[in-house]
Write a protein that binds this ligand. Structure first.
Ligand code: SRM
Ligand code: SF4
Length: 574
């Protein structure tokens, strides 16, 4: 008798959910509690929301024997990162009306609202949909927000890449009527169940799935961190197709050698016309061969790692019914953003603002949120393009508007980053505390202060214009893509960080563990000598990540007597 395979718990939740319905509708109308049940906490992710609680308030509430301060985070999809002035204005309003009076620009070109209480959740999602944005598949075991290089400097190639990213997004959006029924008071559809999700089927994917499209030389969407990505190949100013990369991902678990970050492999090239089909077939291969027994091993990167990239290419080609072409030459130069005014080759202007930590907020000294709102209100026909480095680029501006916008930029002293060190301009911090349930340490609230301490050192060493990518996350899930930072800090416990060094400045090479569980106060003394060496010994044009690898600092540490955790060594050997 064959033994029944025990699947991961979420597989059963998906199976019995009737295409993501579960008991969500009933629970939303029960206002005797601000929470929802555990199954619903998993299901609501597919609808773009997470149940959270304010972790800062936990001790006080515990002391007074109160339940946790529950609220919901809502993630709003923005395929390719392109939103309108109207949508920006609505995000601002929703943050003030239902949220925490601020909103977050995420590392995947989406918006996030925090602090929405259960009784306001439905109205907030309705309002989001009323400005032609949605939240379905912003989270959950499905394809998430599809990213695309936001800077349209190569107009034609960019236009094609953006169009493809939006077509892929549309094609892979779940078809279930549950979203409309629950949030938009849509008619209940008596579905012919087996047909409702033609691509995903009733158990969707084994795990989240992420796609990005990059236009070289910018790797600002960090394609090597994605399950699937497309690298635009240009010839004579036109996009002739894409290199296809699979198997990237960041998430890992401290102490678990079976989990590791992985940089994607390029498996071939497809034409523009084939791209949506390729995306679908890669998703289908992962649907059919991805691990459904252990969620920690369920990402596509493990399917590629376990079977090999050649197997993955062959399987994809089998599903496609045709062969991919061989990869074409391309070059990335950085994974950061370019700030300030830019002009594309069709003559339009774009301006990239520096938004520290992606948090759009007013403070007594800096009216960032108000300033951006005033720009959106004054110019209804411009775009707000979110970047994967948590910044925003306003776009499609003609000569006349440029001057008017510059007046508002001056009035509100809006930052193009030029008053900051290049290190700060090249930083990413994930949300972490107080909203993220998984945070082991601070991140968004901590990194700016840490950079304050780095700045005088960089000035002293003449390194203030070196755009060293620095990334911090509150845990090893990797939401700020820390394993692609030239310097990275990954939360290990309260005020303790694992320190990683040596990623490629172009985002192609992962970094390596340098020191474990470093207390916050010890970070500067640990890194300062390396920066001094770098200032004294770097070669012309050499990036910090390349320098630490050339100097073998990390290998030396790995052999050092104080290195006692071989877990990371094994993981990073891959
Ligand atoms: Fe993430 C989980 C925030 C980009 C890997 N991520 C979470 C949750 C939802 C925590 C949770 O499960 O309870 C975080 C919510 C915090 C909060 O309070 O808002 C969270 N992730 C974020 C954002 C908002 C970070 C940011 O500061 O911008 C990013 C939202 C992206 C979006 O718009 O869709 C975000 N997360 C990423 C990225 C970067 C990327 O995709 O380019 C990664 C690494 C890439 C990857 O997926 O491998 C990432 N998040 C994770 C993981 C680890 C997944 C894994 O394979 O193990 C988790 C945990 C999980 O899924 O179990 C996670
Ligand atoms: Fe939370 Fe960890 Fe992601 Fe940071 S990296 S947002 S702490 S899950």
């Amino acid at each position: 008798m064959s033994e029944e395979i025990k699947l991961a718990a979420n597989e059963y939740i998906k199976t019995r959910s009737n295409y993501l319905r579960g008991t969500l509708a009933e629970e939303l109308s029960d206002l005797t509690t601000g929470a929802i049940c555990e199954d619903s906490q998993q299901l609501i992710k597919f609808h773009g929301s997470y149940m959270q609680d304010d972790r800062d308030m936990r001790p006080t509430r515990r002391k007074h024997k109160l339940d946790k301060a529950y609220s919901f985070m809502i993630r709003i999809r923005v395929p390719g990162g392109v939103s309108t002035s109207e949508q920006w204005i609505e995000m601002d309003r929703l943050a003030d009306t239902y949220g925490n009076q601020d909103f977050k620009l995420t590392t995947r070109q989406a918006y996030q609202l925090h602090g929405i209480i259960k009784s306001n959740l439905k109205q907030t999602i309705k309002d989001i949909n009323s400005v032609a944005m949605d939240t379905i598949a912003a989270c959950g075991d499905v394809n998430r927000n599809v990213m695309c290089t936001p800077n349209p400097y190569l107009s034609e190639v960019h236009a094609t890449s953006l169009k493809i990213s939006q077509e892929i997004s549309d094609h892979l959006t779940p078809q279930t009527g549950a979203y409309h029924e629950i949030w938009l008071d849509g008619e209940k559809v008596e579905s012919s169940k087996e047909e409702v999700e033609p691509i995903y089927g009733k158990t969707y994917l084994p795990r989240k799935f992420k796609i990005a499209v990059a236009v070289p030389p910018h790797n600002d969407v960090d394609i090597y961190a994605n399950d699937l990505s497309f690298i635009a190949i240009e010839k004579d100013g036109k996009c002739i197709g894409f290199n296809v990369a699979v198997g990237g991902g960041m998430g890992t678990t401290h102490g678990d050698v079976n989990t590791f970050p992985r940089a994607a492999d390029i498996i071939g090239f497809c034409t523009v016309e084939q791209a949506v089909d390729v995306a679908e077939k890669v998703v289908l291969v992962q649907r059919d061969f991805g691990c459904r027994t252990e969620r920690k091993r369920a990402r596509l990167k493990y399917t590629v790692e376990d079977h090999g990239a050649d197997w993955f290419r062959a399987k994809t080609e089998e599903y496609l019914g045709y062969k991919l072409q061989d990869e074409k030459a391309y070059e990335f130069t950085s994974n950061g953003d370019t700030y300030g005014w830019m002009k594309d080759d069709s003559g339009h202007y774009h301006f990239c603002f520096f938004i520290e930590g992606g948090r759009v907020i007013d403070t007594p000294n800096y009216q960032l949120k108000t300033g951006l709102l005033e720009i959106a209100k004054a110019h209804s026909d411009i775009e707000f393009r979110l970047t994967a480095n948590q910044n925003v680029l306003i776009s499609n501006i003609d000569e006349a508007k440029k001057a008017q916008i510059q007046t508002l930029i001056n009035q509100y002293k809006l930052e193009d980053g030029s008053t900051h060190s290049a290190l700060r301009r090249s930083a990413i911090a994930c949300v972490a505390l107080p909203t993220c349930a998984l945070a082991l340490a601070e991140s968004e609230r901590y990194l700016p202060g840490l950079i304050d301490k780095f700045d005088p050192i960089l000035n002293r060493l003449g390194l203030e214009d070196e755009s060293i990518t620095i990334r911090m996350t509150g845990c090893p899930n990797g939401c700020g893509r820390p394993f692609l930072g030239e310097i990275a800090f990954v939360g290990r416990g309260p005020d303790k960080y694992n320190v990683y060094l040596g990623a490629g400045h172009d985002g192609q090479r992962l970094n390596k563990l340098y020191r474990e569980a470093v207390p916050g106060d010890d970070i500067i003394p640990l890194i300062e000598p390396l920066l001094e060496d770098y200032a004294a010994e770097k070669e012309e044009g050499e990036h910090f990540g390349d320098f630490v690898i050339r100097k073998n600092y990390i290998a030396a540490t790995l052999r050092g007597a104080d290195f006692h955790d071989n877990i990371a060594e094994e993981a990073f050997a891959k």
